[in-house]
Design a protein around this ligand. Structure first.
Ligand code: ARG
Length: 276
């Protein structure tokens, strides 16, 4: 009986040992699995409000010309960061970009899925402070309304989604390692909303930048490892199913003690509602 049992399991033993050996020998797929740094694949089918801003004229067509993120908050209203519409990013004024596009429903920028729409108008927050980076928001108005399911609700002042410790997720096609490795497919990563005191401590002003709690919020993990990064700017930070922030700035990407800083949606809500 003993013998026949071991004979039965013998063919299973070899593959099992091989599988275990692979687990030990193979490096974890950590570098292949980052976004948004430290992230995982995401899909516009589940995050239809996550959109890409693009210009092939300015940024080439390898990745559909993607240069920033954005988020749909109404049938014709897309939010992004004001700095995404700046000359610093575009090289020219936004109205001089001949082919500015909002790309909706395209997971893979190498493909042609979803739709591309040219904004009819762009409103850049006139109070945006390039130096201090406060008020980093712009509104792109689409010429054709999108179906309702595309929009995400914006969290108003006092919404529990802003509470420190709230679970949040950021979405984008940006750098996955902080070294210019731009993602081709949409990615997301899970973060926590951080207390203002932690954000202020991380960014007291000077070289690292200054955190201003009235118009900014910050999110990350205490030990870093997950964050938005270059190319994610303007993209959404979602908590409790609502939009709480737009990717704005940070020192490096995913570094411990250097959380990502976001435009605080509640601070710009009335302006973007009026502009859209
Ligand atoms: N300014 C960057 C951009 O234009 C976003 C940087 C976000 N950085 C961060 N560590 N969260 O894409």
């Amino acid at each position: 009986m003993r013998r026949s049992l071991s004979a039965l399991f013998a063919p299973l033993a070899a593959p099992l040992v091989t599988a275990l050996a692979m687990l030990v020998i193979l490096p974890p797929p950590a570098t292949a699995d980052r976004t948004v740094v430290g992230g995982h694949p995401a899909h516009t089918a589940l995050a239809p409000w996550a959109v890409a801003l693009a210009s092939r004229e300015r940024f080439g067509d390898a990745r559909s010309g993607q240069f920033c993120g954005g988020v749909v908050v109404g049938p014709t209203t897309v939010l992004t960061a004001a700095h995404c519409m700046s000359r610093g990013v575009l090289g020219v004024n936004w109205w001089e970009v001949g082919d500015l596009r909002v790309i909706i429903g395209r997971d893979d920028l190498r493909g042609s899925g979803g739709v591309e729409m040219a904004p009819r108008w762009v409103w850049v927050n006139p109070a945006y402070d390039q130096g201090g980076r406060a008020g980093d928001v712009a509104v792109l108005t689409l010429s054709q309304p999108l179906p309702r399911i595309y929009g995400v609700a914006m969290a108003a002042v006092g919404d529990p989604a802003y509470q420190p410790g709230a679970r949040a997720a950021v979405y984008g096609w940006g750098d996955t390692r902080g070294n210019g490795s731009y993602a081709s497919t949409l990615r997301a990563t899970r973060l926590r909303v951080m207390p203002d005191a932690t954000c202020e401590e991380a960014y007291p002003g000077g070289a690292e930048g200054e955190y201003i709690s009235e118009s900014m919020m910050c999110a990350g993990l205490p030990d870093g490892g997950r964050d938005a990064c270059q190319g994610d700017s303007g993209g959404p930070l979602i908590a409790r199913g609502k939009l709480v922030g737009l990717v704005s700035w940070g020192s490096g990407c995913a570094e411990p003690g250097r959380p990502g800083v976001y435009t605080r949606i509640s601070a710009v809500l009335s302006q973007v509602t009026a502009a859209g």
